[in-house]
Write a protein that binds this ligand. Sequence first.
Ligand code: GLC
Length: 483
Amino acid sequence: MINKTKVLFASAEVAPFAKVGGLGDVSGALPIALNGLESESFDLRIFMPFHARVREYNPPHHLIGSFNFKLTNDTNLQCELYLSQIANTKVYLLDDEYINHNSPVYHGDWRLDGLKYVSFSLLVLEAAKYLDWQPDILHANDWHTALAINALEQHYKKDPFFKNTKTVLSIHNLPFNGWGSQEAMSMLGFYPTTDPDLPDWAKFTPLPMGISATDLVITVSPGYAKEITTPHFGCGIEHYLQKHEYKLMGILNGIDVDSFNPETDASLPYQFSTDRLYERVRNKLELQSQLGLDVGHQHPLITMVSRLTHQKGLDLLLDGLEKIVDQPWQFVLLGTGETEIENRVSHFAKRYPNKIIPILKYDEKFARMLYASGDMFTMPSLYEPCGLSQMIAMRYGNIPVASATGGLRDSIIDYQQQPNEATGFLFTDISADGFASTLSKALELFEDKVIWTQIQRNAMQQDFSWHHSAITYANAYKNLLNR
Ligand code: GLC
């Protein structure tokens, strides 16, 4: 029997059990793709908190056991370990008094989130020991699980069980670094790292601590790996990242191309493909009539599906739209998020009824309808480690107009740079003006049906499947183990 490479994959969110954003999508897809690689032999298992969300979703699961874990400060943590499954992949659900199954995935209260994820980071290692399952690789994601990597150094250095465990830390979003967990870290026996290359504040902050302790850092796009070494995107640890660039790499995320397939998507009134784009138009007409917009293919339909957070550039978007408000476009936005942004969107829409339609909710089915109906898909992000919706949009022939940053730049071929291969439009001047002028160009081009159809076909033919990324991850794991 071949020895499989054992990978402990720890994440705060895993779709479909509990998803808040892109981290959940990735954690629910990459492991399955890696375990499914025919050319490789991985035994990758997911470890996640047993959130209230997971209990509600209630996947088949059973209790494997419970154990008591003595912390360095002499208190005990009582942990329960359950086993579930997503496709070909085992999922361990961990619970303790801090993970507490009544809590949301993220409290928003830094102290409580700190306790939840700092204890979870310790528990994943204890659970591996309890299972007597020695990981070759510990793969943590974002600040929530980064401290599992530090724990190897701070708590398990002398433990032969983890002697050969190599570590990987994926960064999905650098600004969320776990600041505020300090009290939890002290309580649960962590101490600051002594790494002289980190600024003082970062020595006792989960994500930078994990970055300092890990063997390999993977960002979710190659572009973001470069960007975070600059002051604008580096969140105060750019010098550290510059100096340690040798352990930094980027791998573009994928999307689920079977689920997001316009030829088979059952939630669409009209399915379509590159050679049946006239069917696509019927979705648009239906949507326009549903929403009370002027019906007609000649009216360009601009769409957006997004969490409404600062990162997503909503201010820039609204200011930009206002600059070209006299042009004959329609705009539909779907998403929820920060109350302040939701209010600003609603307020703005009231000024332009029949032109701007905000739908402030989370609605997977309607999102698919927007992907399949829109002519243009806007993503004016201030920064974007990867971004998944631009890839979904392209697969549905909805042409992205996006900031030239991170994963957007890595996944969209810009019309202005490469007109023949173009799959969308990128703007480098990430401001309301930059956005408005690029959107105007796209609107102008929309009038030219030949060119527009070519862009749509190019976009729909891109391969954004996970298979690609999984192979790159597999090679990264192998290089690490052979070091
Ligand atoms: C975060 C990033 C997003 C990325 C996702 C999955 O949500 O903001 O850009 O696509 O993680 O990696």
